[in-house]
Ligand binder design. Structure first.
Ligand SMILES: C[S@@+](CC[C@H](N)C(=O)[O-])C[C@H]1O[C@@H](n2cnc3c(N)ncnc32)[C@H](O)[C@@H]1O
Length: 248
């Protein structure tokens, strides 16, 4: 199943928990520099689209395109690997929380570089074995997420394909955008069905693994085991969980 088809299946409630996190947006918009024209690839419902610039969105899923708010930037139905634009048509191309869904991430990034003078990507460092072990959700409850990383290009390969530098992005404890790692200090959030439906990883592991993880987390929160195991998180305001900006 392509990434666009996946979101046609799972994307109907995306905006319930997924929205622009202002502190991460500030980093992305800063990386866009003085770009006036911006193409947002894998744009989804429009999170992180910068105000005050001329934005064109690209999104393959009709279900996601249909949830873009009235007045959002115009959106083209296409995929990253084959962008329907002339060479160097934009000042910048951005891709947020989407590269891990692309069938050919390197081809998609090269397409972004073909159509724009600058590329800004927000993704996670899948080459970092520590990411799965450091994050309690994937370490203790949902190790199946690691299976999705098999055969995917590393962050180093992605950055190398477009000559990008990488910058870490810490996740604030009260992150407004409900991606997989967002609730690292708020474990009870993962017991909310809406939170899980907003993250493709929960759908991809399948209902058995999901229910096992949820049951186990309920037990550990109730018994105090989660708090005991993760007591060091209570003092943190932001966590380093492998999220990165790639910037050319
Ligand atoms: C997690 S959502 C992120 C959406 C948005 N960028 C955001 O930050 O909320 C991932 C998006 O990538 C899109 N996608 C999947 N495969 C794609 C591809 N090959 N090219 C472009 N977008 C793709 C999905 O349809 C989905 O809308």
């Amino acid at each position: 199943m392509s990434g666009g088809q996946l979101y046609d299946t799972i994307g109907a409630t995306y905006t319930v928990t997924r929205r622009t996190e202002p502190r991460i947006a500030a980093r992305i918009w800063g990386a866009l520099g003085d770009a006036r024209t911006v193409v947002n690839v894998g744009a989804g419902t429009g999170s992180y689209e910068p105000p005050g610039r001329d934005v064109t969105a690209v999104e393959p899923s009709a279900v996601m395109r249909a949830q873009r708010p009235a007045g959002a930037a115009p959106c083209v139905a296409a995929a990253a690997e084959s962008l329907p634009f002339e060479d160097q048509s934009f000042d910048a191309a951005m891709a947020i929380a989407t590269v891990h869904h692309w069938q050919d991430p390197v081809a998609g990034l090269r397409e972004m570089q073909r159509v724009a003078r600058r590329v800004v990507v927000f993704t996670h460092d899948t080459s970092d074995a520590g990411w799965l072990r450091r994050f309690w959700l994937t370490r203790d409850y949902l190790p199946e997420v690691g299976d999705f990383l098999v055969g995917r290009p590393s962050l180093t390969e992605l950055a190398g394909a477009i000559g990008a530098r990488t910058e870490p992005v810490l996740i604030p404890w009260d992150c407004a955008d409900g991606f997989l790692e967002a609730y690292w200090r708020r474990p009870a959030a993962y017991l909310d069905e809406n939170v899980r439906r907003g993250v493709s990883g929960w759908a991809r592991v399948g209902p058995q693994a999901e229910q096992r993880a949820v049951r186990s987390l309920i037990d550990d929160i109730a018994s105090g085991r989660w708090a005991e195991r993760n007591h060091d998180l209570a003092a943190l305001d932001a966590a380093e969980l492998g999220l990165r900006l790639l910037i050319t």
